[in-house]
Design a protein around this ligand. Structure first.
Ligand SMILES: [Zn+2]
Ligand SMILES: [Zn+2]
Length: 646
């Protein structure tokens, strides 16, 4: 086989006339400077600003105003941005460990540590709720100081003690550079108002032995500005000497030297994030708090809003947008940003769930349904039902949500019969839209915001293509579900109902739609290259026993398949696709892989989207329920078992 230079391959891909290409995110929100792609502009609200292209997902036409983050202090700034430097590289891959060295609070939650074994980009995943806890100022007798206590307990050898405390907590990484720790400590001592208060407490403890001290980390007041340009120490936290009456400080967090066990920090406390992420918020920048109002000057319409305060969702949505020349701790600090995004999302979920729990009495209809459900389960007496919190189907991911979607799918099948095509479309992290949008030195995986936005736009394009009828003919219905792979890349499963009007689907039609053969590279080089990149299975079996598809010594997807001279339907209703022995093969891992290793695809869609797109004809014999379930299988559930202790 002849080989071609990467430049030529790139040229071929870029010059395919029907290629889907969204360009670079060169448009800017006129209010907040968030960048966006042309495809993302608000199509419905174009009238709103004359001919100007608008986008509202960032700041709702300027009604959300949040001051920009300041550039981090010099030492941290260089570590974060000088990506060629070996110390920076070391720091960026271990930024979570360096942050834990200085965190005031411990993060409780079920963190999945197994996920990152082996190769592949880093993924931060938690199961269930996240809590941030803070202990007392001084450790209990005979225990090792942790987290906030480290700011107080050691004056000598603080660096070594911090590193030792970390290696007790985290077993993942232990090669911490004491010089970086030393410099970060200096930096936080100088800039972080929370650190300053804790240091002050340390000095007082030293001076007056046995003194009673509390630190009050101040909660939100109604009229607070959202962030302080230059926060004064006493606006974030203050020292209180002697006893205090807790009743007066309900919104605050009080940390005292008397042991009160671990305290949970409320997600609405403005110091929730800065206490956990001192490296993301080196100036102790305050996070979300209740009561931030919309900016009234930019009233977009005359419509009266029901609500005039920012929600936690809107707050984080604002920060999940990249703005040129503005540091963004939620997007640009590698693994620590990923952790912060997951944390933010968990805050949002907690906020929603708390709202649902509080407004149960208003959810009348759901209530009644709950009683019916209980009776169905055989609970006939009122006291057996107990006090449950019901999640309405509008809460994404809950049981009712999944069930409702599943029933919608079954309803479509009842009207239109079984679907015709099953399409799986996977995000390609090498898409030029992604590589052009990330910053120099970043990997696609470092920017989940870019990945999901590009994938969403491409998916909308694909759905429009399908709806237009140009590819598989007129369409009756489409059902799809987006999932995230283990490593964080999104993919979508699509079920397609075609408008066939008594028109049987014959093997000839299937051959037009679906191919499983490698094109001749002399005639269709682009097709050959794309199939080699995206549509080859394995190698698995005796060529590679470690392939993820291998289950009990066999390929779970039944590769390699047999050669077939033509497409036909088997007696039990399976489709065998035309897979001829053409002698053309693709070289991978020292094996020649021929047509028996190719995954079902549509060559036009493959060339247009240049990603893994699997297109399969759905056979009627397949269980409908299985397909709908596959499309709506919902998230993984946690199982809780109550047992009586004997
Ligand atoms: Zn904006
Ligand atoms: Zn296999």
């Amino acid at each position: 086989m002849v080989s071609f230079s990467p430049e030529y391959i790139k040229y071929l891909k870029e010059t395919y006339p029907d290629r889907s290409y969204l360009g670079v995110p060169k448009y800017k929100c006129q209010y907040c400077n968030a960048i966006f792609w042309f495809e993302e502009h608000n199509k419905k609200h174009q009238k709103h600003d004359g001919n100007q292209i608008t986008y509202s997902n960032c700041c709702k036409y300027g009604s959300i105003k949040i001051p920009a983050f300041r550039q981090p202090p010099d030492f941290l700034f260089t570590l974060l941005n000088d990506k060629e430097n070996s110390m920076s590289k070391h720091f960026i891959t271990r930024i979570r460990q360096y942050n834990s060295l200085f965190a005031f609070t411990s993060m409780g939650g079920n963190i999945d540590k197994k996920l990152n074994r082996g190769e592949g980009p880093y993924v931060f995943r938690v199961n269930g709720q996240i809590h941030h806890h803070i202990g007392s100022l001084l450790p209990q007798k005979d225990t090792i100081p942790k987290f906030a206590q480290l700011y107080i307990f050691y004056k000598k050898n603080e660096i070594q003690n911090r590193i030792r405390a970390l290696t007790n907590e985290e077993t993942e990484e232990t090669d911490i550079d004491p010089y970086i720790v030393q410099e970060l400590k200096k930096m936080l001592d100088k800039h972080n108002p929370l650190v300053k208060v804790f240091r002050h407490a340390r000095d007082l403890f030293e001076k007056y032995k046995g003194i009673d001290i509390s630190i009050r980390i101040i909660g939100a007041n109604k009229d607070d500005p959202i962030q302080f340009q230059m926060p004064h120490t006493d606006e974030l936290a203050m020292l209180i000497v002697g006893d205090l009456n807790l009743e007066n400080y309900k919104r605050d967090v009080i940390v005292s030297n008397k042991t009160r066990g671990l305290q949970r920090i409320s997600i609405f406390h403005p110091a929730y994030m800065p206490l956990q992420y001192p490296l993301l918020f080196p100036y102790g920048e305050r996070g979300f708090q209740l009561g931030i109002t919309y900016d009234n000057q930019q009233k977009s319409s005359n419509k009266k809003r029901k609500r005039n305060k920012l929600t936690i969702h809107e707050y984080f949505k604002y920060h999940m947008h990249f703005r040129p020349n503005q540091p963004n701790p939620y997007l640009c600090y590698g693994r620590l940003s990923k952790q912060a995004i997951v944390d933010a999302r968990a805050m949002e979920d907690e906020d929603r769930l708390m709202f649902i729990a509080k407004t149960q009495s208003k959810l009348r209809a759901e209530y009644i349904q709950g009683i019916f459900d209980a009776i169905e389960k055989g609970l006939s007496e009122g006291n057996q039902i107990g006090k449950r919190v019901l999640l309405p189907s509008s809460h994404t991911g809950c049981r009712r949500y999944v069930l409702q979607n599943y029933h919608d799918g079954i309803a479509i099948c009842r009207v239109y019969g079984p679907p015709h095509l099953f399409i799986t479309f996977t995000c390609n992290p090498k898409w030029p839209e992604i590589s052009l949008a990330i910053l120099p030195g970043e990997q696609p995986n470092d920017r989940p915001d870019i990945i999901v936005r590009v994938f969403h736009m491409k998916l909308q394009q694909l759905l429009n293509d399908l709806r237009s009828g140009c590819i598989f003919g007129p369409v009756l219905a489409i059902l799809y579900s987006i999932e995230f792979q283990k490593r964080g890349l999104p993919h979508v499963h699509i079920l397609l109902w075609l408008d066939r009007e008594n028109n049987e689907i014959t093997p000839e039609i299937i051959d037009k739609w679906i191919s499983v053969e490698i094109p001749n590279p002399r005639k269709d080089l682009l097709g050959y290259i794309l199939i080699a990149e995206h549509m080859v299975h394995g190698p698995c079996g005796d060529k590679n026993f470690n392939c993820p598809c291998m289950k009990k010594g066999k390929c779970s997807k039944f590769y390699p398949k047999d050669f077939e001279n033509e497409t036909y339907f088997t007696d039990i209703g399976f489709t065998r696709y035309r897979r001829r022995d053409t002698g053309i093969y693709i070289r991978r891992d020292n094996h020649n892989l021929d047509n028996r290793w190719i995954v079902l695809h549509n060559l036009y869609l493959l060339k247009r989207y240049q990603a893994h797109i699997n297109v399969e004809f759905v056979n009627k014999s397949r269980l409908l329920k299985y397909l709908c379930k596959y499309v709506n299988k919902g998230p993984d559930h946690a199982n809780i078992i109550f047992e009586r202790i004997k």
